[in-house]
Design a protein around this ligand. Structure first.
Ligand SMILES: NC(=O)c1ccc[n+]([C@@H]2O[C@H](COP(=O)([O-])OP(=O)(O)OC[C@H]3O[C@@H](n4cnc5c(N)ncnc54)[C@H](OP(=O)(O)O)[C@@H]3O)[C@@H](O)[C@H]2O)c1
Length: 213
């Protein structure tokens, strides 16, 4: 896949490196694509990865990972050119300042806002419920961290599920895009446990299942 990263920071940088390592062609968007930091990131990712402007990144990618700070997300999406037909993986969380909560709750979601700001994009919510350190390594001893994703386009979701599995997650389809109304508050669970209630960043979640019930 040709994967563009919009928001090449903690999440975008980590996942871009992992996607390149899984054999994909990655372009990292930046406001300063020529900076030493971006050149180093692209070199670290390897497999022909490079840095570019956001508009160039969108134009040459089939799959876009959106990992921008929430307050900048609308302006960024509206300034990158058409996203129609592209798979848009929304890893953002509509966090309030100081991690005080979410701008949207259980009756709508940031992902549904993203869909409205990127007309025609095939939005899949994913990679928002765990920290970037877990994206770097989703393995917990013998167990894989679960990664829920949701969206309304079955083919787009299948691509995202493959990407997440390829980098080591137990990838699980959580249903339609409206399920982001639950996946975004679920992110707060990870954030609060990791950063506010003493568990630290080395935590992930697992889905346990048994048949017949
Ligand atoms: N951190 C986590 O563990 C984690 C986990 C799950 C989800 N998330 C969500 O993922 C998103 C990104 O988080 P992050 O921690 O990766 O953020 P980050 O490290 O701050 O990276 C965001 C990147 O966005 C780019 N950007 C473009 N326009 C910007 C603007 N106007 N203002 C600020 N940055 C701009 C910056 O790159 P350039 O300067 O190169 O343009 C920056 O590196 C957030 O919505 C967050 O809630 C974070």
């Amino acid at each position: 896949m040709k994967i563009g990263i919009i928001g090449s920071g903690n999440v975008g940088g980590t996942l871009g490196v992992r996607f390149a390592g899984a054999g994909h062609t990655v372009v990292f968007a930046s406001r300063r694509p020529e900076s030493a930091e971006m050149v180093e990131l692209a070199a670290r990712a390897g497999n022909g990865a490079r840095a570019a402007t956001a508009a160039e990144t969108v134009a040459e990618s089939d799959v876009i990972l959106l990992a921008t700070p929430w307050p900048a997300t609308r302006e960024i999406l509206e300034g990158v050119g058409s996203l129609a037909g592209k798979v848009l993986i929304d890893a953002t969380n509509p966090l309030l300042p100081m991690l005080a909560g979410l701008e949207y709750g259980t009756t709508t979601s940031g992902a549904e806002q993203v869909e409205a700001w990127a007309p025609g994009a095939r939005v899949v919510k994913a990679f928002n419920t765990i920290g970037f350190n877990v994206m770097a390594n989703p393995s917990f001893g013998g167990a894989k961290a679960v990664l829920f994703y949701c969206g309304d386009d079955a083919a787009a979701k299948a691509q995202v599920g493959e990407l997440a599995s390829a980098i080591g997650f137990d990838a699980r389809d959580a249903g339609p895009l409206t399920q982001a109304r639950l996946l975004e508050p679920f992110a707060l669970m990870w954030i609060s446990l990791a950063l506010q209630h003493g568990y630290g960043r080395g935590i992930g979640f697992q889905l346990l299942e048994r048949g017949g019930e």
